[in-house]
Design a protein around this ligand. Structure first.
Ligand code: ZN
Length: 197
């Protein structure tokens, strides 16, 4: 696994033998706006589900440490989010091709994985951070009464960060056949292979 500050590597190309590759694209500008809108909806929506109230008295007593805690927590959420993508992929951590990066040209965080993924596994890899950092804490909050506000901050920020992931997960679910092998995806397209009969 590597860390990078440049653009994600190019796709892995055709590698499943005896199969045909297909590609689904989307209108990048339109989807770009849709994802920003979805990100806002997720943020507001999760805040309604989990109304985290900052403790103003603590904040006034130590404003700097609270601001640092808040931004530190967001940075940690982004990092752990990317690590969960890697952990969900077969050989994610052991593969030399895995990259966690920040594309300095568009300030987008990304995870590049070259594992060969089935239809179901690809959806799991894309959606895993949303499940682990947002859905699970939210369920625990309502079932086990998870108390802390800071966990709520992580759950809400991560919901907002997951807009692009959720769009890709739904796209794979709806547009890629279930028998697909070697599902590859990035911000602009999904590629997948079907066995040639
Ligand atoms: Zn993600």
């Amino acid at each position: 696994m590597k860390f990078s500050l440049s653009a994600p590597p190019q796709g892995v190309g055709d590698r499943a033998p005896n199969s045909t590759y297909y590609k689904t694209n989307w209108n990048q500008d339109f989807i770009g706006y849709l994802i920003v809108a979805l990100s806002v909806v997720l943020y507001v929506g999760w805040f309604i589900i989990w109304p985290v109230k900052p403790n103003v008295r603590d904040f006034v007593q130590s404003p700097i440490s609270h601001v640092l805690l808040f931004f530190g927590l967001i940075a940690l959420t982004i990092f752990v989010h990317e690590l969960i993508h890697v952990a969900a992929a077969p050989n994610g951590f052991t593969s030399k091709a895995t990259v966690i990066g920040l594309n300095a040209r568009n300030y987008r965080f990304y995870t590049y994985i070259d594992s060969e993924l089935s239809w179901a596994r690809s959806i799991f890899v894309v959606a895993a951070p949303f499940l682990v950092l947002t859905v699970v804490p939210t369920v625990l909050r309502f079932t086990a009464g998870l108390p802390t506000d800071w966990v709520g901050v992580v759950a809400i920020c991560n919901a907002s960060l997951s807009a692009n992931d959720l769009f890709i997960a739904v796209s794979i679910f709806l547009r890629v056949p279930r028998q697909a092998i070697d599902v590859q995806f990035d911000f602009t397209s999904i590629r997948y292979a079907l066995k040639t009969a």
